[in-house]
Design a protein around this ligand. Sequence first.
Ligand SMILES: CC(C)(COP(=O)(O)OP(=O)(O)OC[C@H]1O[C@@H](n2cnc3c(N)ncnc32)[C@H](O)[C@@H]1OP(=O)(O)O)[C@@H](O)C(=O)NCCC(=O)NCCS
Length: 144
Amino acid sequence: MDVKQIDTSSPFYLQALSLRDAILRKPLNLSIYEENLSLEKLEIHFVLTQEKKVLGTVSLVPIYRENKGNLRQMATHETIRGMGFGKLLVKKLEEYAMNHSIHSIRLHARYHAIGFYKKIGYKIVSKPFEEVGIPHVAMEKALI
Ligand SMILES: CC(C)(COP(=O)(O)OP(=O)(O)OC[C@H]1O[C@@H](n2cnc3c(N)ncnc32)[C@H](O)[C@@H]1OP(=O)(O)O)[C@@H](O)C(=O)NCCC(=O)NCCS
């Protein structure tokens, strides 16, 4: 298993989209392909691969002028959950962030994922709100 940093021109990006669609959208009767993905070329994407197959993904929206960033679209394939790969993906994203003067990361967590983010150092910083039709909370982690 390997984590790669990719951009939207990579063939792995299309696989990551497909994984995101299956895990984060289809169960909500939504489709990632109906979204405007054009701004994703400005994001930094990380994929977990095994034999050229994408089994996990997460993306960073960098806001360099404010030394902060947003983590989004976090998903690992259901067959490899609980094995530390989600944590590894976020670690790679945080390493990139720290190397690019990003000092804090913010994200919107679905309720069932709050425990995962808490385990890796994120704290709830908002009241619940709705996104993609389900409740979320904002969470943050300072990197320095
Ligand atoms: C949330 C998700 C990304 C976690 O990925 P994962 O590969 O299972 O995570 P890891 O194995 O690296 O877990 C790291 C630690 O968090 C724990 N953990 C994982 N998911 C958890 C959860 N939902 N609640 C509480 N703890 C959790 C693990 O047990 C592990 O603990 P340990 O370090 O003591 O062993 C994965 O379950 C997933 O893709 N879910 C569906 C998509 C989703 O909800 N994404 C988040 C959208 S906000």
